[in-house]
Design a binder for this molecule. Structure first.
Ligand code: N01
Length: 530
């Protein structure tokens, strides 16, 4: 084991890389441990055809370096996975990050040593490191969910998980392909695979709302315009509810005449992608406003899908728009007009088993060459609870979070001194542009570390009271919204047996940032430091 480091960061995705750059720049000896053989986090794993970001490229990019902002040229409004991964590698090279990243190094255990006020981090292969601070940048959607259908191991064709896509190209030509799952991953890959495969069958359990990406190449003029006003755009994003670079509406959908409303929704539909949810300020807050937006989308689906039976199956009903994460698509609904695409509604005719040559539902056998599981993730807590993390007095994070995750500000956990989570449960996290939220928290942590250094503080721990009050605040804010009306991965419903707790902070990026700023101004209230 080497001498004690200042900071160990777990994960070399967007957040881990930014943390390394910032902490190292402050003179802190920082090491990043990454389980995979390369950097990039989710953008390294989710290589499925059609994978792209559904936050606009200019907003889903680092803000910390104006030079980087000016020199990088995004080619499309919504960047594809390969382009985002190229950007991540460019950043790693440009800021010389690789020398402090250990690849193929999965943290198996982290243990807090009270006498030395430090964390001992052990890798799966027995190597270990010690550091004064542990920063968990492990991602919110990075532990894939595994389904447990009878016979799952018997399929003789190719099995692929969307979140662990093979690095070599998968050739769908002439193949009969199944996709299970119609969240963002299934929705993004459907039209692309439909274009290549002999036949594509999509197994849908819940119809989801999806907004067109309105993707387009970025012209030189657009690029120049964004770059000329980048600081303003970044400030807009920081002051918006979810970290997107446009000014959201301040009006209620209920206070405008129907014709005007239709025009507003039409304009948002044609341009804003995910931001459609902010076309009126109360779409995610008021059931009547939400139903207006939901009906608008149902009308759009009706215009896109020709077959009335398929159209009805694809139409989301029974939950308010946005309370399950909506998708942003490029031709998803239209793909079901193709003769080589079939929709199987597994809410009606469930999958009963996976067979040697395909999938058996309650009414039919389907033969396939390839089955793709686009069944999502153990969201928010999966990757935080996968390693063994042992805090003060031998308490594990798993025990502490038995009834669901509790944090102070989504960053600190009482009983786990000097451990900090980037975009953890209890922060805006998946209700926001996570890249922006990561940078906000890392900048705030940098100030906290500076403050601690100046005062000779070695241990920083959230108090139990601050944690309790924060969890209460997170729950109170959630009650003001429609999110609690629907079981979703926001509430832990995606995994059988997971505690049903609303996990992200729904008070908005701007409000959350102000709370962080206030906490810092008040001497990091809610943290005990010595
Ligand atoms: O996962 P999901 P995802 N049998 O959990 C179904 C981000 N993302 O990978 O809804 C059959 O959304 C499940 O059905 P149901 C984004 O935040 C971003 O698609 O539980 N089906 C659902 O249809 C996104 O929200 C981008 O009834 C089963 C699907 O599988 C998040 O990642 C791109 C099943 C899972 O949907 C996750 O998206 C892609 C079972 N046993 C993803 N279990 C960007 O563009 C689950 N399902 C940035």
């Amino acid at each position: 084991m080497r001498q004690q480091l200042d900071v160990i960061v777990i994960g070399a995705g967007f957040a881990g890389l930014r943390a390394l750059h910032t902490f190292r720049g402050m003179g802190l000896e920082t090491l990043v441990l990454e389980a995979d053989s390369d950097i990039g986090g989710v953008w390294n794993f989710n290589r499925y055809p059609g994978a792209r970001c559904d936050v606009e490229s200019y907003d889903y990019s680092y803000r910390f370096s104006p030079e980087l902002e000016q020199e990088w040229r995004w080619s499309e409004r919504y960047a594809t996975q390969p382009e985002i991964l190229r950007y991540i590698h460019h950043v790693a090279d440009r800021f010389d990050l690789r020398r402090d990243i250990k690849l193929n190094t999965r943290m198996e255990c982290a243990r807090y040593h009270e006498a030395s006020a430090s964390w001992l981090v052990e890798a799966a292969d027995g190597r270990s490191w010690r550091a004064a601070r542990l920063v968990l940048a492990v991602g919110q959607l990075s532990t894939p969910k595994r389904t447990t259908y009878p016979g799952q191991g018997t399929f003789s064709g190719q099995v692929i998980y969307s979140a662990n896509w093979p690095r070599e190209t998968v050739d769908f030509t002439g193949k009969r392909v199944a996709i299970i799952g119609t969240g963002s991953s299934g929705v993004q890959m459907t039209p692309v695979i439909a274009d290549q495969a002999k036949h594509l069958t999509v197994f849908q359990r819940t119809a989801n709302f999806s907004i067109p990406a309105a993707n387009a190449p970025v012209s030189d003029a657009e690029d120049a315009a964004v770059k000329a006003g980048y600081r303003k755009r970044r400030e807009q994003a920081r002051n918006s509810p979810s970290g997107l670079g446009f000014v959201p509406s301040a009006r209620s959908a209920l206070e405008v005449p129907e014709e005007e409303r239709r025009e507003t929704l039409e304009a948002a539909w044609n341009r804003l992608g995910f931001g459609f949810a902010l076309a009126y300020k109360d779409i995610l807050l008021d059931e009547r406003s939400n139903e207006i937006a939901s009906e608008f989308i149902r009308g759009k689906i009706a215009e896109k899908v020709r077959d009335p039976v398929i159209r009805e199956k694809l139409t989301p009903r029974g939950f308010p728009f946005g309370t399950r994460r909506p998708s942003v698509d490029s031709g998803y609904f239209e793909a079901f007009n193709r003769p080589n695409v079939t929709l199987v509604d597994i809410a009606e005719t469930p999958i009963v088993e996976i067979t040697d040559d395909g999938i058996r539902t309650s009414v039919e056998d389907h033969a396939f060459d390839i089955i793709i599981y686009a069944t999502g993730f153990d969201a928010f807590t999966g990757s935080l609870l996968a390693p063994k993390i042992v805090g003060r007095g031998g308490l594990t994070l798993e025990e502490k979070w038995k009834a669901g995750p509790v944090t102070y500000l989504g960053i600190g956990v009482h009983g786990f001194p000097s451990m900090f989570i980037i975009v953890g449960p209890g922060s805006p996290s998946l209700l926001s542009n996570v890249l922006l939220s990561s940078e906000e928290q890392i900048d705030w942590l940098a100030q906290l570390f500076d403050h601690a250094k100046a005062d000779g503080i070695v241990e920083i721990e959230a108090t139990e009271k601050a944690e309790r009050e924060w969890v209460q605040h997170v729950n109170e804010r959630a009650k003001e919204t429609l999110y609690l009306k629907t079981p979703s991965y926001y509430t832990g419903a995606e995994m059988p047996g997971k505690p049903q707790v609303f996990m992200p902070y729904s008070g908005g990026v701007r409000h959350y940032r102000r709370i962080l700023e206030r906490t810092a101004a008040e001497g990091y209230e809610g943290f005990v430091m010595h």
